[in-house]
Design a protein around this ligand. Structure first.
Ligand code: DC
Length: 219
């Protein structure tokens, strides 16, 4: 697989801090920040809006076959719309949180979204975050990071955001699904963010990118 632009892959479990870090890193590098979790969330939102049971894989398959999913860029950030609508705040609502892992394990959903994610590499330099970016979507990128944090720290972060999220349950589903489970890519650099700030993690990634010669030492 050859991507024409640079892709920096950032994977990790829910609330590991990867979104804040990916966003900050993209800003510093002038790259586009691509949030792939948002794509799975947007599809989930549409499944729920259509009245389909997220656990009914055949019904989900039929629903996604009819779905028009568009991914773009606005400013420095990825956008996603489904059947012409952008779900906005509903993307991080309780309903979507509770169902997204069921939708994310449907192979047809993953294939559609992985194709859309790969298309970004024809368009722009990107910092892309998710669960399988380094392992499946861009296995050839030399720039892979895996951000982790203890379950207690991650649950506390979600609570501080005022969001209800069954992190433990989602972790279990995301790591045990048959199709593209959350794994640490062999050549990923792992960072435990439990006791680090966003700047701290971003700084560590930048240090690593300098070591690899991707950034100059005076960046
Ligand atoms: O990053 P997030 O919590 O917004 O992701 C929501 C869900 O989407 C997550 O529980 C699993 C799924 N996901 C995935 O399977 N693969 C990705 N690349 C990104 C997210």
């Amino acid at each position: 697989m050859s991507e024409s632009y640079n892709v920096i892959a950032i994977d990790g479990p829910a609330a590991s801090g990867k979104s804040s870090v990916a966003k900050a890193l993209a800003r510093r590098l002038g790259f586009v920040y691509v949030n792939t979790g948002e794509m799975y969330r947007a599809v989930t939102w549409q499944v729920l809006e259509s009245g389909v049971d997220p656990k009914d894989m055949d019904a989900v398959r039929a629903c996604i076959a009819e779905m028009n999913i568009e991914c773009g860029v606005a400013g420095q950030q990825s956008t996603v719309s489904v059947n012409g609508a952008s779900p906005g705040d509903a993307l991080v609502g309780e309903g979507v949180n509770a169902s997204v892992s069921f939708i994310a394990k449907v192979p047809e959903v993953r294939q559609r979204l992985v194709d859309l994610q790969r298309a970004y590499a024809d368009r722009c330099d990107a910092v892309m975050e998710g669960r399988d970016i380094g392992s499946i979507v861009f296995p050839d990128t030399p720039y892979k990071f895996y951000i982790d944090a203890s379950e207690e720290v991650r649950a506390a972060r979600r609570a501080k955001q005022g969001l209800k999220d069954s992190i433990g349950q989602r972790d279990k589903q995301d790591t045990t699904r048959r199709n593209s489970p959350l794994v640490i890519a062999e050549d990923a650099h792992v960072i435990d963010s439990s006791h680090l700030t966003v700047d701290g993690v971003t700084g560590e990634i930048i240090g690593r990118l300098k070591m690899k010669g991707f950034l100059s030492s005076d960046f």
